[in-house]
Design a binder for this molecule. Structure first.
Ligand code: IMP
Length: 202
């Protein structure tokens, strides 16, 4: 089946930029909610990344009758019992600047040393089809919470997420490097594979 359009259900411009870069070969087929003139607020009341991604993709799919992809992602900090997790966007309040959220996480970890600072970004992509089918894929990247913010690239928690393999935070990585190794890059590439296996050409 040849697909001409996929709506990506996110209002986050930082994410949309990465999604377009990662899906560069089909980026002309990917439409944001904004491009589709859709302004919706979906209650993310799931308790897992999978549940939230499915809720978002299904809701917009049922509204539009189009194939819809959605992601749910977040930062799990082991020392904080895997918080903020699915609450990453809402941690300390939706409109609170990330400089404050990041400072709070660094403060929470003031007694954590070395591997006790372990954390990961998680991303789950869900694709909902008008016939009711749902596909999901998950990607993660392991790292450590840094002792201070570093770097200007990326968004959200990137300045405090230290990637040992590169000895840099994900906000210091070049965008193409981040996209190659990130949770979102991995989940999106896996989703492309799954779509291909379902005979969906995009
Ligand atoms: P949601 O998936 O829109 O519910 O929100 C995910 C939240 O997790 C974002 O608003 C960020 O706070 C955080 N997050 C997810 N992916 C990344 C990333 O690649 N870098 C930095 N923060 C991220």
């Amino acid at each position: 089946m040849e697909v001409n359009k996929i709506i990506f259900a996110t209002g986050n411009e930082g994410k949309m930029k990465e999604i377009r870069e990662i899906m560069h070969d089909i980026s002309h087929k990917i439409k944001s909610l904004k491009e589709e003139g859709l302004e919706v607020h979906i209650e993310e009341n799931g308790t897992t990344f999978e549940e939230n991604a499915i809720i978002k993709a299904k809701t917009i799919c049922e509204m539009t009758g189009e194939i819809v992809m959605a992601d749910d992602s977040g930062l799990e900090v082991d020392y904080m019992d895997k918080q903020p997790g699915v609450y990453s966007a809402r941690y300390l309040g939706e409109d609170t600047p990330y400089s404050i959220k990041n400072a709070a996480i660094i403060k929470n970890l003031e007694n954590a040393k070395g591997d006790e600072r372990s954390a990961r970004f998680v991303c789950v992509i869900a694709t909902a089809f008008p016939d009711g089918r749902i596909l999901t894929s998950r990607g993660t990247i392991e790292g450590l919470i840094d002792y201070q913010e570093r770097g200007e690239n990326g968004f959200g928690y990137d300045p405090i997420f230290y990637v040992p393999e590169y000895s840099l935070t994900s906000a210091q990585l070049e965008p193409d490097v981040k996209n190659r190794i990130s949770h979102r890059g991995k989940a999106l590439r896996l989703m492309k594979e799954k779509l291909k296996n379902e005979g969906i050409d995009c």
